[in-house]
Design a binder for this molecule. Structure first.
Ligand code: H13
Length: 253
């Protein structure tokens, strides 16, 4: 039975109530709270700035596990003209994915756990200097209200999970990932009337964090150079896609 309501404790506020509606609800809650806890952490020793372009800053920490590169990656960016809700909406919703993703051969939803939590199976392009990778992960979108006055924080988390509809089949290798996109909306020079807010008044402060294990050995130098090239490329392309999609639409707060 997986339908019982329950309360779990989280290190964040000590008493978050989770209505346990599906089998991965605890997992989702734990990972979301972890990201919210660490998102405010300052960049410290060990993090290298590997790319900077306009407002975008890409940091990486070099880490290997059993000879496999698992470098954590963190990107900070600020985009004028869109809200955090808009950024997260276009990142989470599979309908737009193939329009901005350049590193995928395919994406497919294999289970809907809740309207805001789905399981994806994706086949990655062979940008890797090794066997082709696939991934199977739950993807969750959430809005968190901080206070009455502030705009809410929006986030999307993608987290690897096994699934009977996505067995690992050789020669493909499964990526193991824990990725989060966390967005805050800032309103600059807010007009007296909320209806008068224009796109030029809004700005989205974005943090993207990725812990990706390639799932098997890949030459370190090659993997690091692919990552250094592809992450900034992804974020540039994705954010310009959202700007283009939203330009003439009403603002989605
Ligand atoms: O986050 C990105 N895309 C998501 C939507 O397709 C899926 C992603 C994910 C990746 C892997 C497993 C599970 C989920 O969150 C954009 C990703 C851009 C990747 C650029 C390529 C980087 C290559 C470095 C590889 C390190 C192993």
């Amino acid at each position: 039975k997986i339908n019982d309501a329950a309360v779990v404790s989280t290190p964040n506020d000590g008493n978050t109530s989770v209505n346990r509606k599906h089998r991965l609800a605890y997992d989702v809650e734990r990972v979301v709270q972890e990201h919210l806890t660490y998102v405010r952490e300052e960049i410290s020793d060990g993090w290298d700035l590997i790319h900077q372009e306009g407002e975008m800053k890409v940091y990486r920490r070099e880490v290997e596990e059993n000879g496999i590169v698992v470098d954590p990656l963190k990107i900070f960016h600020s985009i004028k003209g869109v809200t955090g809700h808009e950024i997260c909406h276009y990142f989470w919703d599979y309908r737009y994915r193939m329009e901005w993703e350049t590193t995928l051969d395919s994406t497919k939803i294999i289970e809907v756990l809740e309207p805001d939590t789905v399981i994806f199976f994706q086949m990655h392009k062979r940008v890797w200097p090794a066997a082709q990778r696939d991934s199977c992960f739950w993807s969750h979108i959430r809005c968190i209200s901080n206070s009455e006055e502030d705009q809410p924080t929006w986030l999307v988390v993608n987290y690897t999970t096994p699934h009977h509809l996505a067995p690992i089949k050789s020669p493909h290798v499964r990526l193991v990932a824990n990725v989060a996109l966390i967005c805050e909306t800032i309103i600059n020079e807010p007009p007296l009337n909320i209806q008068d807010i224009k796109r030029e008044n809004i700005e989205c402060k974005l943090t993207y964090v990725a812990f990706v294990n390639p799932g098997g050995w890949v030459p370190s130098a090659a993997l690091r150079s692919v990552a250094k090239r592809e992450y900034p490329r992804f974020l540039k392309r994705f954010t310009s896609y959202v700007l283009e999609q939203t330009r003439d639409k009403p603002i989605l707060f």
